[in-house]
Design a protein around this ligand. Structure first.
Ligand SMILES: CC(C)(COP(=O)(O)OP(=O)(O)OC[C@H]1O[C@@H](n2cnc3c(N)ncnc32)[C@H](O)[C@@H]1OP(=O)(O)O)[C@@H](O)C(=O)NCCC(=O)NCCS
Length: 201
């Protein structure tokens, strides 16, 4: 059943709700372990970057899902992290005091954009989540369609998404939307599947 949600560009005021959905839908991951304050700052910064290409699904004024794309992940990381390094650093450090392994993971994450496989596209679908009660109503599908259209309009030829190799539901979801398995790597000790969507001319 299609639910009457509308898709709009991610704006700074959506960041706290997006951070909450991220935390719930990606529990146990590194970024979630940095806390909602960190995620809120991250999504607020992403919403302001010219390299970002991100949308929310809204029911009334409530955010029920979001998708984050980057025209270039390297450029987006620079835009986001380098404009507020002290604020980000302080939030990671505060968390790292109680869980020192987080600091090591933070350095690995900082290196993520520069470790890219040069055969993979620069454009990337970085995050997608729909709030649990709203799942399986094609909201994820609408968000992906919006991102594909705007990437295509921006002249992008292909985009990559990286998915935890154990996330069978997400792998099925992306393949249904035309993404094809392209490479496998490891991050945070877990197998990661990279899938690529090539836009038709
Ligand atoms: C993946 C996700 C965004 C799909 O949103 P949605 O609005 O439910 O998607 P749609 O209704 O368009 O499509 C449903 C498909 O999503 C996938 N899916 C359903 N539940 C899922 C879950 N808990 N985790 C991952 N994928 C799931 C399945 O492929 C499902 O189709 P199927 O039941 O025929 O296999 C949503 O399930 C979600 O937020 N999952 C948790 C976060 C996540 O895994 N994000 C992707 C990795 S970046």
């Amino acid at each position: 059943m299609n639910h009457p949600v509308r898709i709009e560009p991610l704006e700074p005021q959506h960041a706290p709700a997006v951070a909450k959905i991220h935390s719930v839908s990606q529990s146990g991951t590194f970024l979630t372990s940095l806390g909602e304050e960190f995620l809120t700052l991250l999504y607020r910064r992403i919403s302001r970057s010219a390299c970002g290409n991100s949308y929310v699904a809204l029911s009334g004024e409530d955010v029920v899902g979001f998708i984050v794309g980057a025209l270039s992940t390297k450029q987006l990381f620079k835009d986001v992290a380098l404009k507020a390094p002290l604020h980000f650093g302080w939030l990671v450090f505060k968390r790292g005091l109680s869980r020192p392994t987080l600091l090591a993971q933070a350095f690995k994450t900082l290196a993520y954009p520069s470790q890219g496989d040069e055969n993979l596209p620069d454009a990337e679908l970085l995050a997608l989540a729909v709030d649990t009660p709203w799942r399986n109503q094609k909201i994820g599908a609408q968000l992906v369609t919006q991102l594909r259209q705007s990437m295509h309009t921006a002249g992008i030829g292909a985009m990559v998404v990286t998915v935890d190799g154990d996330n069978a539901g997400a792998l099925r979801f992306y393949q249904r939307h035309g993404f094809k398995p392209a490479a496998v790597s490891h991050m945070y000790g877990r197998p990661m599947q990279h899938l690529v969507l090539t836009f038709q001319e």
